[in-house]
Design a protein around this ligand. Structure first.
Ligand SMILES: [Zn+2]
Length: 216
């Protein structure tokens, strides 16, 4: 446990040497001029799918929102505490983000919990149970269309249905649809298969996920 923290501090020193101890480093420019990312990614909290690492990005490249199962709630005008919606608003309305990418992944614990019901152990007042209600539509679609598939296949399919559902929820935010209609914002849904390294993107016209990266 002590090593876990020591490893982080060691890693920080390497980061500092690379980004702070060089004259006119990219980082010092980001501090001087402020951040201007063009891409916002909504990823899962899963420790294996850090978007900056997976996309080989540098500081300043990505504005990242992470939550359990990379879900987007629908627009709700209730003045409640909406962490994901607040970060979306900041990225899009303040920073002028041009691309929102939903970044799903296979073997997602949150999606799996919907199908094996493991999240129900958390009890009725669980934050996790409540949060995963956002993916209930995806869960129901999976069982409606693919009841005969194995649990592993259903988890992959449910993750894809959930991405499409979150894409639809993004379009319930007025300041998102406005920018999409003006052509200043694009929405994307990608799925990263962590078992084979294949990256897929959702094609809204074809209603299908097509391969955009991975082993050829
Ligand atoms: Zn996940």
């Amino acid at each position: 446990m002590k090593n876990d923290i020591a490893n982080l501090i060691h890693g920080y020193e390497k980061f500092r040497e690379q980004y702070f101890e060089t004259e006119n480093s990219a980082f010092s420019e980001l501090v001087r001029k402020g951040q201007r990312p063009k891409v916002l990614m909504i990823a899962c909290s899963d420790s294996r799918v850090d978007p900056a690492l997976v996309m080989n990005c540098e500081p300043g490249d990505l504005f990242v929102i992470r939550n359990v199962a990379n879900l987007v709630p629908p627009y709700e005008d209730d003045l409640s505490y909406h962490g994901t919606s607040a970060a979306l608003e900041f990225g899009i309305c303040v920073l002028g983000i041009q691309h929102v990418i939903l970044f799903g992944h296979t073997q997602c614990g949150g999606i799996q919990s919907l199908l094996d019901h493991s999240h129900e152990k958390c009890g009725p007042k669980s934050f996790l149970t409540k949060w995963m209600e956002l993916a209930k539509v995806a869960h129901d679609s999976t069982l409606d269309h693919y009841k005969e598939k194995s649990l592993d296949e259903q988890i992959v399919l449910c993750g894809q249905f959930s991405l499409v559902n979150s894409l639809n929820n993004l379009k319930t935010f007025p300041w998102i649809t406005e920018r999409v209609e003006q052509g200043t914002l694009s929405l994307h849904a990608w799925n990263f298969d962590i078992t084979n390294g294949v990256l897929q993107a959702y094609n809204e016209q074809e209603h299908a996920f097509n391969v955009i990266g991975g082993p050829s």
